[in-house]
Design a protein around this ligand. Sequence first.
Ligand code: SF4
Length: 423
Amino acid sequence: MTDNTQLRVAFETLGCKLNFSETSTYSRTLQGLGYQIVKPTQEADLYIINTCSVTEHSDKKCRNMIRRMSKKSPDAIIVVTGCYAQLKPSEILDIQGVNLVVGAQDKGKLVQMAHQLVLDRSKESKIISSCEIEDVNSFFSAYSSGERTRSFLKVQDGCDYHCAYCTVPLARGDSRNIPIAEIVKEAENIAADGIVEVVITGVNTGDFGKSTNESFLDLLKALNDVKGIERYRISSIEPNLLTPEIIDWISKGNKFLPHFHIPLQSGCDKILAKMRRRYNTEMFRSKIELIRAKIPDFFLGIDVIVGFPGESDEDFRTTYNFLESINPSFLHIFPYSRRANTPAAIMPDQVPEYIKNQRVAALSALSDKLHSDYCTSHKGKREYVLFESTQKDGKMFGYTRNYIRVERPYDPELIGKIVEVVV
Ligand code: SF4
């Protein structure tokens, strides 16, 4: 480590888009302090890992990252934050090389604390900052920027639902948000950076408004008026919160794109009830039928968990058949992961790993077919594509309004531009 202008920081981000938006915000602030951003595989003065705790696999990944960074730069300050940090701070602090574990309440102070440790060369420090469960109700505003032509804007945090398998409410606290006016200002900052597409992100995004007595639809309408932002996507919305009013408004052809990502988790009502989800398959189907009636070309991504405790072969078949009948464009498939301190962890009839793997494989094959059919059905249609900066084998890539990935010969002039193409 030399003087301040030459300090280097590297980031690793696990998990959801919310984490990516938070990491991006740390990155902007540290760049403002003169840090150079380097890759996590390079030597650095400071490493920041933003963790997830949805599966045991992501916990393990985080521990391996810490060991790798510690080996690469033994004198570097290592800071860990995010859901795993919130849930198991002592376990993380015990890992050799970790200096600071930051809980949700202090995310807004993370950069300041980390920077001080770097300046003080406090490699011997071992600090846990605000990881008590009752501390997790502050709001850390964040949006992603940088290389992406699209920005992830955090509008909501936390969740009050307490689904039987989920640790997120324990790690991120109650549902909360900042007022619409403040979010609009963030969107204006994004527009000022020249970014034209925004993905609205939260833990339970559609629950927006609880802490400010506003509504999610009011937020969408306010964001729609922000000059410079031309397209919006909603990262994910619970089926019970996707109201006919929201569907109707999106169908009117404003800046919100025909792209829905909706968690189903199971297509079997018995399992949905055990999961403590707030809808049944009938309600789910009615929402999809309403979207289909109003927005025929829409892209539908669905989350599914397989191997939840008590899911029999017949229950899984019910889920499979339900998904086939719904005809989504893509499936995000997760094998159930047993997480400490959740009701599902102590439920009887845990499903063996090999059966979960078989069910993942069956749904992956279904998803591949559905996705291919969806894309093929749009062949030859005119669409608007936002091209991104990634270059591979002389090609560049972008997404249509309804989330079909398009490639064309690389042309730097088109990065960040919305271009009409024939798919
Ligand atoms: S809605 Fe359920 S699965 Fe989603 S974050 Fe809340 S508790 Fe977890």
